[in-house]
Design a protein around this ligand. Structure first.
Ligand SMILES: *Cc1c(COP(=O)(O)O)cnc(C)c1O
Length: 246
């Protein structure tokens, strides 16, 4: 558990260094802990270290938590409700899992089609609440990755933002799997371009869509250099995941 605290501190130092070399103020990028395959006790150790730690700059908000798999979300969230009341869903969300996910989710980062957005809207109506959402964009075009193609992303975002129970907060992507830093950065820049286009259009409900959720343990520096406002870290904080998916 002390190991998790030490790794969180190291990840923060990495983030600070990335902000500095991008000429951005310390604390301008928020950290989200990607908890897939990690047990609640390990996640708790990181959240306690974050709460009690002194290495978070004054301007930076506490860490967020994000889960890929709804099954894991519903298993872990109750155990962590005292420390993490709101979760981000960061993996593909099947329609039959929407109701379960919304019991714990404050934000769904993986909205990549209108049918999912409409289903989220209907569920929010049924339980009389609102939900923060990000539109996930597939900037690399890799077939294995979820997300709307960049060319269709702004239109989708405008339509999502028109749904009155959904609060469009910005955009999310998973970086290209490439050893070429230029390719990775171009993908992140493409997400920023989508965001800037949506903000410039000024459609109803899009005024707060500034968030850029991009950058993971392997590519956070590239993402911060291209304007990430939120990086999602798993292995950098929790160590390697078990080889077989849990
Ligand atoms: C697993 C995952 C992460 C974290 O990945 P690491 O490489 O372990 O930092 C971030 N975002 C999403 C969507 C993920 O699935």
């Amino acid at each position: 558990m002390a190991e998790v605290a030490a790794r969180l501190a190291a990840a923060r130092r990495r983030l600070r260094a990335a902000e500095a070399s991008a000429g951005r103020p310390p604390g301008s990028v928020r950290l989200l802990l990607a908890t897939k395959t990690m047990e609640a006790a390990v996640v708790r150790a990181a959240l306690v270290a974050d709460r009690d730690g002194t290495d978070r700059p004054a301007g930076e908000l506490p860490v967020l938590v994000g889960e890929n798999r709804v099954q894991e979300l519903v298993a872990k969230a109750p155990e962590l409700a005292d420390l993490a009341p709101g979760w981000h869903v960061i993996g593909p969300l099947q329609s039959n899992k929407v109701n379960a996910a919304l019991r714990w989710a404050a934000c769904v980062q993986s909205v990549d089609d209108l049918a999912l957005a409409e289903r989220l809207q209907r569920r929010c109506e049924a339980v009389d609440r609102t939900l923060e959402v990000l539109v996930q964009v597939n900037v690399s075009g890799e077939a294995t990755k979820s997300g709307v193609p960049p060319a269709a992303a702004a239109d989708l975002a405008v339509r999502v933002a028109a749904l009155d129970r959904l609060r469009l907060r910005g955009f999310m992507t998973i970086g290209a799997r490439s050893p070429d830093e230029g390719v990775v950065r171009a993908g992140f820049a493409a997400l920023r371009d989508v965001r800037d286009e949506v903000l410039a259009r000024g459609a109803p409900g899009t005024a707060d869509a500034g968030e850029l959720s991009m950058g993971m343990s392997g590519d956070l520096e590239a993402a911060v250099a291209e304007g990430a406002t939120l990086v999602r870290l798993g292995t950098a904080v929790f160590g390697a995941r078990p080889a077989a998916p849990a």
